[in-house]
Write a protein that binds this ligand. Structure first.
Ligand code: ADP
Ligand code: MG
Length: 618
């Protein structure tokens, strides 16, 4: 069996080069690096002061994008064109985000499909990947201008619970920002590295990382052993964070001034500006016993004691989540040796004290809680740069492995830089009714279109029992062993039909070739994303057209002549759009057809239900 012949550290990274760590946060993002003189991690600060870049993107026009603090006040004045919390949408389909759509002040495209979500700004459509890439670009520019150096290679952090598709989306966002993402690491892992926990391979420890950010709460229990950070359990609340503490203050002020809460619904600008003032009060109360202020005619006072009384239920919710995490990890609180505090909202004394009391020991809070994740990412980056020789790095696979999917696109199953041995699986289905054979083509590389990657093998899963399109469940699993041998297995889960093949992914690739492939993937990242989104839009449009045709044929009697003609016209327009290379146009036409046909779909549904109910006793 062939061994992996490439040492990624030597093949792609020159000694002592600057690799940055990035915390791409829901509320705030930061970039950090290890200072060569001091050997310590530090965040890049604007004007030497502020390291936080609010994760807000404002579109003045499609060509004029403002990111960060400067975009903040547009949340009040121009909410439709101002995108926040985009991290919540990364790697998600519309189905995934449906239940919290009301949370966003901007338009999420409602296609009710499994496709990844898109956001509409004016007449342009953006994926969360593109939006995140604007934030990454801003961080990159900031670092480059402050450090007067080029930043190309980065480590980006993600929550421990992020799934494959969310991690891949984060990676793609980096690519699109012209960055080479050397590794995606978990936020709690980064936070512990910032405190120096886990840097010594001899160290063995069980720790809890408590992360209360602007809008999310995460608790992670990690076991550190032989330099490996194993996530034992995660828990939390995706809608609990500092914002809720602000809201509690706003509600209190309204009540005190005898103003109805409904006022906030009608007066969005008052709602936003009051919220900003409440945040100011909250931050003030982290170091003082009383806040007093005014907002137009409103008296805005609050004492620390009242604030604590109002927000205790929020803190208690986090404790309940810790208990669930401990129970999942099969541990009790006394077995947790170290507690690391992360996220700006852990500066609130009530939060800190309650958590310390719960574990019965002091918490680690000496570093800036909103900087620790970025600092840890910078340390990991420095390790990857080869600057910390005594730290062991695990072997990784140097190029991504995946299969070809519809539209000639590469679907990555094992991302590059995954520790080996590793395995991953993903489910696919057929696109044609009665399809009996499925070609599985395996590729290696970082480009989005398969022909730009290296083909490793191809085999056919044959004898799939005849089923309607979309019905078979075909699981493709990749198992990469420690020797770098890849085994690819395809199994149709409904029938149990199975086939597999062994591949040596590394065989015949020289270091120089790997380097070239990585380089190409960076140089072509922008074109690739463009082609990918165009191909995806075309594929999607074809599916929508097919479904629409089927629909008209089946339900002819339910549609009036005008309705049918209206649909036909929109279908023709969509067909014409797919012949162009204008992704946004295809999207607009698809949107129009969907909007137009939605009421008919409801009508049909009612008729079907009516039919089913006939003659049945209820
Ligand atoms: P995220 O991880 O969601 O990007 P952060 O870790 O940057 O968020 O945390 C942002 C939250 O921290 C905001 O709600 C902010 O008001 C809060 N925060 C920042 N500083 C303080 C402070 N001194 N006291 C209380 N809350 C604070
Ligand atoms: Mg965070």
């Amino acid at each position: 069996m062939a061994k992996i012949s490439i040492n990624i550290k030597e093949a792609t990274i020159e000694k002592r080069e600057l690799i940055a760590g990035i915390d791409l946060g829901t509320t705030n993002s930061l970039i950090a690096f290890v200072n060569k003189e001091t050997g310590l991690a530090e965040t890049v600060k604007e004007d030497g002061k502020n390291s936080l870049v609010p994760s807000i993107v404002h579109f003045e026009s499609p060509d004029k994008v403002i990111v960060g603090s400067a975009a903040r006040h547009y949340l009040v004045t121009d909410p439709q064109n101002t995108i926040y919390s985009v991290k919540r949408l990364l790697g998600k389909s519309y189905k995934d985000v449906k239940e919290f759509e009301g949370y966003f002040g901007y338009k999420i495209i409602d296609e009710d499909t499994e496709q990844l979500v898109k956001i509409r700004v004016g007449n342009s459509f953006y994926s969360p990947i593109e939006l995140s890439s604007f934030i990454l670009k801003e961080l990159r520019h900031r670092a480059e201008s402050v450090l007067n150096a080029e930043v190309r290679k980065v480590v980006i952090t993600v929550p421990a619970y992020f799934n494959d598709s969310q991690r891949q989306a984060t990676r793609d966002a980096g690519k699109l920002a012209g960055l080479e993402v050397l590794r995606i690491i978990n936020e709690p892992t980064a936070a512990s590295l910032a405190y120096g926990i886990g840097l010594d391979p001899q160290e063995e420890k069980t720790i809890a990382v408590y992360d209360l950010g602007g809008g999310t709460f995460d608790i992670s229990i990690l076991k550190i052993q032989n330099g490996i950070f194993e996530v034992l359990s995660t828990n939390g609340d995706t809608f609990l964070g500092g914002d809720d503490f602000d809201r509690a203050i706003v509600d209190y002020w309204l009540e005190h001034n005898h103003v109805s809460k409904d006022t906030l619904h009608t007066d969005k600008s008052l709602s936003q500006s009051l919220r900003l003032q409440a945040e100011e009060a909250k931050i003030h109360l982290s170091n003082h016993d009383f806040y007093s202020g005014k907002h137009d005619s409103l008296q805005c006072n609050i004492s620390k004691a009242v604030f604590e009384q109002l927000t205790l239920p929020l803190v208690e919710k986090t404790i309940a989540a810790i208990l669930r995490a401990l129970s999942d990890a099969k541990l009790t609180s006394d077995l947790i040796e170290t507690i690391v505090m992360v996220g700006g909202a852990t500066r609130i004394p009530l939060v800190k004290n309650t958590v310390a009391a719960f574990f019965g020991k002091p918490v680690n809070d000496s570093l800036n809680p909103d900087e620790v994740v970025a600092l840890g990412a910078a340390i990991q980056a420095d390790v990857l740069a080869g600057n910390q020789k005594d730290i062991l790095l695990l072997d990784v696979t140097p190029l991504s492995l995946g299969i070809e999917t519809i539209g000639d696109l590469m679907d990555v199953i094992i991302p590059r830089n995954s520790k080996i041995p590793t395995s991953a699986a993903r489910q696919y289905t057929t696109s044609v009714d009665g399809q009996k054979n499925l070609k599985i083509a395996v590729y290696q590389g970082e480009r989005d279109v398969v022909k730009d990657n290296r083909k490793l093998a191809e085999f056919i899963l044959s004898g799939i029992p005849a089923m309607p399109a979309g019905f078979p469940k075909i699981e493709i699993s990749f198992i990469l062993n420690a020797d770098g041998i890849l085994k690819v297995k395809a199994k149709e889960l409904r029938s149990g039909l199975e086939q597999s093949i062994d591949i040596k992914p590394q065989y015949g690739l020289t270091d120089a070739e790997v380097e070239q492939m990585l380089l190409d993937s960076i140089v072509h990242a922008k074109d690739d994303m463009k082609i990918r989104s165009l191909l995806e839009a075309k594929t999607e449009a074809n599916q929508v057209l097919l479904a629409a045709e089927k629909f008209i044929k089946k339900n002819a009697e339910l549609l009036s002549a005008e309705e049918a003609a209206g649909m036909q016209a929109l279908m023709t327009a969509l067909k014409q759009a797919t012949a162009s290379d204008d992704k946004d146009l295809i999207q607009v036409k698809m949107d129009e057809l969907n909007e137009y046909s939605r009421p008919f779909a409801h009508k049909v549904m009612d008729a079907v239900i009516g039919e089913a109910m006939k003659g049945k006793k209820v």
